[in-house]
Design a binder for this molecule. Structure first.
Ligand code: PSU
Ligand code: MN
Length: 299
């Protein structure tokens, strides 16, 4: 693994560091919004007094602290694998370039000693999980690695209730950032309540530190609703998801191409509002994540 000079220096000096996943850049957003968003997210983190550490695979090397040129490469190359934890070693041996999922990013971040990770949405439990057993590897990784993940919920078309149940079963604490309900990605409220509300970065950091003592290395999830001015009404989110799922079903799309297909369909039926919401939420999460990272460093 290669740690950039800037990230290494920050970790040595006790400067707050925030890890960022790269699947959203390579596979989650259209060009050029993907690279523009990635660079503004890094700028927001710097503006909050923290150092961004984007994670990805460059020609077989796992990098913590991608340069702008490397981010741009992942944003524009057509030969970028989506690497979850189980894919990392194989992709490294084969000298591949790849974007890291939430799970793979948490692995890299925690190996470097980074304790905060920001993304848009995590993977979740799929609506047809009882037939398919489609449960994202992200959920186990969030609990396993000693890192706080900040996200606006799961990908919108996941089953939020089942995802929260799974996080409970696997022992992952879930906080609502200034809310009593879990966010629904494009909309602020999924209708599912969370037991633990946090209103200040210190409200997250105290229990996170204590958990490292009580249970040993373990993570947690902070659900941050997107800013109200960018949120889609809940009916719009519901109807966009239903239309996208029905169309995918009619066209027999499943497996890896399903997520890009659903995102493109939701973009189309919301007239682009879903992408604007996605950009707004990740920028807001970057700011919240940097504040939590600062609180962890006592600054
Ligand atoms: N949420 C999005 N877009 C994405 C992802 C999540 O809105 O691109 C990515 C994240 O990197 C997450 C991954 O870790 O999808 C989860 O993939 P899967 O559902 O295959 O586990
Ligand atoms: Mn899956």
């Amino acid at each position: 693994m290669r740690i950039s000079n800037e990230v290494e220096q920050a970790l040595r000096d006790g400067t707050p560091v925030v890890a960022l996943e790269s699947t959203i850049v390579a596979h989650g957003m259209p060009r050029p919004t993907n690279i523009e968003t990635a660079l503004s997210v890094e700028a927001i983190i710097r503006g909050e007094g923290a150092v961004p550490a984007s994670v990805g695979l460059i020609k077989g090397e796992l990098v913590c602290g991608l340069s702008p040129a490397e981010l741009e490469f992942l944003a524009y190359s057509d030969d970028v694998v989506k690497a979850q934890e189980r894919d990392l070693a194989r992709a490294m041996v084969a000298g591949r370039s790849g974007a890291t999922t939430v799970g793979a990013t948490l692995l890299a971040a925690s190996r470097c000693g980074i304790r905060v990770h920001v993304t848009g949405g995590i993977g979740g439990v799929a609506p047809d999980f009882s037939d398919t057993l489609d449960i994202s590897a992200d959920l186990l990784a969030i609990g396993r690695y000693p890192c706080i993940t900040v996200a606006s919920g799961t990908k919108a078309f996941m089953d939020v209730k089942a995802t929260l149940e799974y996080l409970e079963t696997t022992g992952v604490p879930v906080a609502g950032w200034r809310t009593n309900t879990f966010p629904w990605f494009y909309s602020r409220d999924s209708g599912q309540s969370v037991e633990w509300r946090v209103d200040h970065p210190d409200d997250v950091v105290g229990p996170f530190r204590a958990d490292q003592e009580v249970r040993g290395p373990s993570g947690m999830l902070v659900g941050v609703p997107l800013p109200a001015e960018s949120a889609l009404p809940e009916e719009t989110t519901r109807s966009a998801i239903d239309q996208a799922l029905a169309r995918a079903n009619r066209e027999g799309i499943s497996g890896k191409p399903l997520t890009p297909y659903l995102l493109a369909t939701i973009f189309e039926v919301t007239g682009g509002a879903s992408l604007a919401a996605n950009v707004a939420l990740i920028k807001n999460n970057a700011s919240v994540g940097a504040q939590i990272a600062r609180s962890l460093q006592g600054s």
